[in-house]
Design a protein around this ligand. Structure first.
Ligand SMILES: *Cc1c(COP(=O)(O)O)cnc(C)c1O
Length: 383
């Protein structure tokens, strides 16, 4: 019996141009803080349509800087979704804030607008400081609606767009709003972990249209240190540490990879949507999958379906060398969040979703015959 090679749920695509780009940087004068970082930032801002972009060492660091830039103080309360990677919530805890969860929509799996509104309106004005919605699985949040709500209540919005470079929704003016373009959210956050669309090994990007936020992010990324405009008065060596910042920088080596990866993103998103369509055709009327609102273009980091016997299916697929994954264990049920008292919220849609969800292989280099094999095994198990 010949075992088929492992089919993971996600993987990077590295080609010769990526390899050459990294090699060129390795033999250049700069391994970090050189021209590649700035070039990557410029290209990325242009790609998503934001004014500014700040490259960071990973999206978790980016989320941390984002909440600090928004001015999060100890005790401040922030709303997010329970169906996300823990880092979305953890950034609030890094700054000693409180995380509050609003339930998901059972069809789109995104944080529910209605539940978020209910939660905000159940408290007095000023109770919450911000919202961190997530473009879960690559499906863009309709941020126009969230912005209206946030404005009414004086909240900021950080868009966790880690799943969604290249995704967009069409707003009420008929304009395409690309994830992280900064038109409705204050800051967008992206990840370049190899399992996401764009691989840098580790890496992340923050996007914004607000010059003040941009400058604050730059400062916090590099220890809170700046030399801007100081040379004339003090000498070339002089710098000031104006705040307690971090070293959350991306290297030129990683940026060189990011630059060539970014060029291929649209093609990758198209291929991801092709794969999604093939899954949908095969599962229509048999299995429930993530809904696609009319106004949305899903960047498809993931393809999630709901099944009754999830553990059985997960093991069965694994026996067939298909390594599916579960996204995500609801954050409020993780031991840390339970221990600090978050496991009391009414998040029934998230719990129901978690009991059934499974993410199937979804990446541009997935071959049709590999996908056919996945579909065949899925239908065989769920017959
Ligand atoms: C991957 C991910 C992160 C964290 O990204 P890193 O670059 O690994 O730190 C944050 N939020 C979401 C939704 C993610 O999927």
């Amino acid at each position: 019996m010949s075992l088929s090679p492992i089919i993971p749920y996600g993987r990077q695509s590295i080609d010769e141009t990526d390899i050459q780009s990294v090699i060129e940087t390795l033999t250049s004068d700069f391994l970090t803080q050189g021209p590649k970082v700035a070039e990557f930032e410029e290209n990325f801002a242009e790609y998503v349509g934001s004014k500014y972009a700040v490259a960071v060492s990973n999206a978790t660091a980016g989320l941390h800087l984002a909440v600090l830039a928004m001015g999060l103080k100890p005790g401040d309360r922030v709303i997010t979704t329970p169906i996300t990677f823990a880092a979305t919530a953890n950034c609030v805890r890094y700054a000693q804030g409180e995380v509050w969860f609003a339930d998901i929509d059972p069809e789109t799996y995104l944080i529910s607008f209605e539940k978020t509104k209910e939660l905000i309106e159940s408290k007095s004005k000023g109770f919450f400081k911000g919202i961190i919605p997530v473009d879960f699985a690559g499906l863009p949040i309709n941020l126009e609606k969230f912005r209206r709500l946030a404005k009414e209540h004086g909240l900021w919005i950080i868009e966790d767009a880690c799943h969604a470079p290249g995704g967009f929704f069409t707003d009420s003016n008929g304009e395409k709003q690309f994830c992280g373009n900064g038109n409705y959210a204050d800051i967008g956050v992206f990840s370049f972990h190899p399992v996401k669309h764009i691989a840098c090994g580790e890496g992340g990007m923050l996007t914004t249209n607000d010059e003040k936020l941009y400058n604050r992010l730059l400062l916090l990324r590099t220890h809170g240190i700046t030399k801007d405009g100081m040379e004339e008065n003090h000498g070339g060596w002089y710098y000031e540490m104006q705040e307690l910042g971090f070293n959350y920088r991306l290297t030129d080596i990683q940026s060189a990879l990011g630059i060539t990866q970014l060029v291929k993103n649209n093609e990758g998103v198209l291929r991801r949507n092709e794969i999604a369509e093939r899954y949908k055709t095969a599962f229509k009327g048999k299995l429930k999958y993530q809904a696609l609102p009319d106004e949305s273009w899903n960047a498809h980091h993931l393809f999630v379906v709901e099944v009754e016997n999830r553990k059985g299916l997960y093991d069965f697929l694994k026996e067939n060398n298909i390594f599916a994954q579960i996204h995500y264990i609801p954050v409020h049920t993780l031991p840390y969040y339970k221990r600090i008292g978050y496991d009391n919220a009414d998040l029934n849609n998230a719990l129901r979703y978690y009991s059934k969800c499974i993410s199937l292989p979804m990446y541009p280099s997935l071959k049709d015959n590999e996908q056919n094999f996945v579909i065949e095994k899925m239908l065989e198990f769920n017959e």
